[in-house]
Design a protein around this ligand. Structure first.
Ligand SMILES: Nc1ncnc2c1ncn2[C@@H]1O[C@H](COP(=O)(O)OS(=O)(=O)O)[C@@H](OP(=O)(O)O)[C@H]1O
Length: 359
């Protein structure tokens, strides 16, 4: 009797529990999916798989019907990596993992230079709770401008008031039309340029191309128009990009010097916290990223993050960052040093900062 009473009492209570469980599941499943899909990630490597330079994807995507598709690819590239579910304690209550806030056009851009250390700077900056950045390179102001500002805005992560939206595309610095276009978006845009010794930058650039096309001619033969006369081929992009003073001249037609920050690519490696301090000041942010965030990884040979954004694990940049460079004929290196010296001097004068590439 007792047992049959228990069974009678049990049946309705079990069904109530089952109903409650089903209700909870149906509530939490879409919620979890929403959280996973809403926000973006931190790790650069899968994102880089979509980089136009790496895959030639953009040439496929630039047709008129293709821009919606390309926007989706960039958004997918961002959502492919680890979702940003860990909310900084400082931000608890301010950030909503449900994706509150709105997408805004960037207020600050890392515009260059290619192989200067732009990925390291962006990854380090993303640790700051007041910075939200796109992981992939949108190439809006050079290759995708025809897609329009709404397309561009749609690529951006959602931000709350006070947060800064950022992206990095290193080719902007050498794109003639970029400063006018960025100024047309907003005259107040802050731009950051990571610069590195133009000779090592050129070798780094060549190393990247060589890794994709092992059959290209040697660095030495590409450097010269005529090896006997020693005439440098300034039309080779690896050389051209390093004439910083010339590119900067173009930017100064549209932006005052106090809206442009130059980060030393060398110091970003030897003293990341010091350079990050300057960047945070420039962006008007509290100095939250300090030397406590970095450690030097002996195996990698570079500073790495003790904790990446949205993660509790140490994080170094991927294998394509910090490659071993081929040995270049020292005479060619010297010739390049002589070639760049006057342009470097002009650049130091223009920026008011001595970068020490000509010691
Ligand atoms: N912390 C850290 N870890 C790894 N690599 C670092 C770091 N800081 C700066 N660098 C230097 O960044 C160089 C690559 O520059 P970019 O990220 O601007 O390259 S790219 O234009 O986006 O392809 C890359 O150039 P290479 O050494 O020639 O590979 C690095 O020297």
């Amino acid at each position: 009797m007792a047992s049959s009473r228990i069974r009678r009492l049990d049946l309705p209570s079990r069904s109530i529990f089952r109903k409650a469980a089903v209700m909870l599941c149906s509530l939490f499943t879409p919620l979890t999916l929403l959280i996973l899909l809403t926000e973006r990630s931190t790790l650069p490597s899968p994102v880089k798989a979509f980089s136009s330079r790496d895959t030639g994807l953009w040439s496929e995507l630039t047709g008129s019907r293709a821009h919606e598709r390309s926007r989706k690819v960039l958004q997918l590239a961002d959502s492919l990596t680890v979702p940003d579910l860990v909310v900084s304690p400082r931000f608890a209550g301010k950030i909503s993992p449900l994706g509150e806030g709105s997408r805004k056009l960037p207020q600050a851009l890392i515009i260059g230079v290619k192989k200067g250390g732009t990925r390291a700077l962006l990854e380090f900056l993303r640790v700051h709770p007041d910075i939200r950045a796109v992981g992939a390179e949108p190439h809006f102001f050079d290759r995708n401008y025809q897609n329009g500002l709404d397309w561009y805005r749609d690529l951006m992560p959602k931000t709350l008031e006070g947060q800064i939206t950022m992206e990095k595309t290193p080719s902007y610095f050498v794109t003639r039309e970029a400063p006018a276009r960025i100024s047309a978006m907003s005259r107040d845009t802050k731009v950051i340029v990571v610069v590195r010794d133009p000779v090592t930058r050129a070798i780094s650039d060549y190393t990247q191309t060589l890794s994709k096309k092992p059959d290209i001619p040697s660095f030495e033969s590409l450097t010269f128009k005529n090896r006997t006369t020693g005439l440098i081929d300034t039309s080779w992009s690896a050389i051209q990009i390093g004439i910083y003073a010339k590119h900067l001249d173009n930017w100064l037609q549209y932006f005052p010097m106090d809206q442009i920050l130059f980060v030393s690519g060398e110091r970003l490696i030897s003293d990341p916290a010091g350079e990050l301090g300057r960047v945070q000041d420039f962006l008007g942010l509290k100095r939250i990223i300090t030397d406590k965030h970095f450690y030097f990884n002996q195996t990698k040979g570079f500073p790495c993050l003790k904790k990446a954004e949205g993660s509790s694990k140490p994080h170094c940049l991927g294998k394509t960052k910090g490659r071993t460079h081929p040995n270049i004929d020292p005479e060619v290196v010297q010739r390049l040093r002589d070639f760049y010296r006057p342009f470097n001097m002009k650049f130091y004068q223009m920026t008011g900062r001595f970068f020490g590439w000509d010691d």
